[in-house]
Structures are given as structure tokens and as C-alpha cells.
Design a protein around this ligand. Structure first.
Ligand code: HEC
Ligand code: HEC
Ligand code: HEC
Ligand code: HEC
Length: 123
């Protein structure tokens, strides 16, 4: 029984590895306009996915490589074990931007009250 589960898991991992290489951002999701109560966040999705060392899983941390990743909001804000959407997304965005800033590299907006409007733009 245990062995059969192990083999199934291995097979899934192998299939996943192939699907992973193929995961592409759909045409209509290359740039995302995320509507929030704080204003619209324009997120250069495809550009971000193309940065060196970045893969889909860098942000879509539960993505197993089959089909397309789910929206963060499918879990964050809906499921009890997942932190609120705002907290999770901010942590991911600010975390990387801060790392780049610390390394003296180009980066996006950092954490901090004066930076909210660099991402959230009210129309
Ligand atoms: C690096 C860009 C960025 C910065 C800077 C930023 N945010 Fe966000 N914020 C986002 C993204 C992306 C989301 C998630 C939108 C989504 O997935 O729908 C979000 C979501 C939110 C939400 C949830 C909105 C809703 O409708 O549920 C709030 C509230 C929010 N941010 C407030 C802030 C505040 C306050 C600041 C400044 C301290 C800030 N944000 C700075 C990108 C940013
Ligand atoms: C730098 C972070 C980041 C990277 C890297 C990234 N994404 Fe995303 N992706 C997001 C965010 C943020 C959203 C918006 C989620 C939301 O609205 O809750 C999103 C949304 C999506 C959606 C729409 C989901 C839906 O149902 O609305 C798809 C599909 C998607 N991404 C595919 C990909 C693929 C494929 C890759 C790798 C080639 C990738 N993403 C890389 C952050 C990222
Ligand atoms: C299938 C459900 C699911 C999806 C989809 C999902 N998450 Fe999560 N996420 C979780 C759960 C559950 C946790 C808490 C447990 C853990 O850390 O793994 C979490 C934790 C996190 C954390 C750590 C938060 C903290 O405060 O320590 C970040 C950051 C995060 N998610 C970002 C994202 C982003 C960004 C997306 C979309 C691009 C996303 N997640 C999509 C379920 C999900
Ligand atoms: C893995 C690292 C990484 C993550 C995760 C990341 N960013 Fe960035 N972001 C960058 C880098 C690097 C730049 C600077 C690009 C440049 O100037 O060429 C940038 C730039 C930006 C900019 C400035 C405009 C632009 O596109 O150049 C915005 C806005 C931005 N990011 C929003 C976000 C949001 C919103 C998220 C979370 C959903 C996010 N970023 C997650 C690395 C990241």
C-alpha cells in the first residue's frame, strides 16, 4: 500500500516536472489590474515571471505544475489556515523588493506608509 502511494507520488512529480516547464501566463493575464478598495494595482505579471531566478512558484507557492496556478484569493481570505490576502500578497511583493534593495539592485515599491500609492492608484 505504502509503496503504491509512493509510486503514484513519484509519477505525479514526474508529470508535474514536465507540466511545470510548460506553464505559461495566459495572454489576458500578462499585466494584471488588481482592483482593491485602496485603488488599482497594476502588476507587470509576465515581466516579473521573466526575472532571473523567478519561477511561477516564487509567488504561486502551492502550484504543482499541472494546468494553471490558482488566484491567491482562492485560499487567502477564504480558508482558515491561510493568512489574509492583503498580508500574504504584501509579504511576497515587499519581501522580494526589500531583498533586491538590500543588494543594491533595481526593485519595486517597499513596505511603508509613504509607498502605498506607488502600487495602489485611485482612478
Ligand atoms: C508592491 C505593491 C504594493 C504596495 C507598496 C502596497 N500594496 Fe496593498 N496590495 C498590493 C496587491 C498586489 C494587493 C492584492 C490585490 C489582489 O490580489 O487582489 C494588495 C492588497 C491590499 C489591500 C486589500 C484590498 C482589498 O480590496 O481587499 C489593502 C487594504 C492594501 N493592499 C493596503 C495597502 C496599504 C495600506 C499599503 C501601504 C502601507 C499598501 N497596500 C502597499 C500591492 C501593494
Ligand atoms: C511575482 C509574483 C508572481 C509570479 C512570478 C507569477 N505570478 Fe501569476 N499571479 C500573481 C498574482 C499576484 C496574481 C493575482 C492573484 C489574485 O488576483 O489573487 C497572479 C495570477 C495568475 C493567474 C490568474 C489566476 C486566476 O484564476 O485569476 C494565472 C493563470 C497565473 N498567475 C499564472 C502564472 C504563471 C503560469 C506563472 C509562471 C510562468 C506566474 N503566474 C508567475 C503573481 C505572480
Ligand atoms: C491553495 C491555497 C493557496 C493558494 C492558491 C495560495 N496560498 Fe499562500 N498560503 C496558503 C496557506 C495555507 C498558507 C499558510 C501556511 C503556509 O505558510 O504554507 C500560505 C502562506 C503564504 C505566505 C506566508 C505568509 C506569512 O504571513 O507567513 C505567503 C507570503 C503567501 N502564502 C503568498 C501567496 C501568494 C502571493 C499567492 C498567489 C500568488 C498564494 N499565496 C496562493 C495557501 C495558499
Ligand atoms: C522575486 C522578486 C519579486 C517579487 C516576488 C515581486 N517583485 Fe515587483 N519588482 C521586482 C524587481 C526586481 C523590480 C524592478 C524591475 C526593474 O526596475 O527593472 C520590480 C518592480 C516592481 C514595480 C515597479 C514597476 C515595474 O514593473 O517595474 C511594481 C509596481 C512591482 N514590482 C509590483 C510588485 C507586486 C504587486 C508584487 C507582488 C504581487 C511584486 N512586485 C513582487 C521583483 C519582484
Amino acid at each position: 500500500m505504502a509503496r503504491r502511494i509512493l509510486i503514484a507520488a513519484l509519477a505525479a512529480a514526474i508529470v508535474g516536472a514536465f507540466a511545470l516547464a510548460a506553464a505559461q501566463i495566459p495572454e489576458d493575464k500578462q499585466v494584471l489590474k488588481l482592483e482593491t478598495k485602496m485603488g488599482t494595482v497594476t502588476f507587470e505579471h509576465a515581466k516579473h515571471a521573466g526575472f532571473e531566478g523567478v519561477e511561477c512558484q516564487t509567488c504561486h507557492h502551492t502550484f504543482k505544475g499541472e494546468g494553471l496556478p490558482q488566484a491567491c484569493g482562492e485560499c487567502h481570505g477564504k480558508k482558515d489556515d491561510a493568512p489574509k490576502l492583503q498580508k500574504a500578497v504584501h509579504a511576497r511583493c515587499w519581501g522580494c523588493h526589500q531583498e533586491k534593495a538590500d543588494a543594491g539592485a533595481k526593485h519595486g515599491p517597499l513596505k511603508g506608509a509613504k509607498n502605498c500609492k506607488k502600487c495602489h492608484v485611485k482612478g
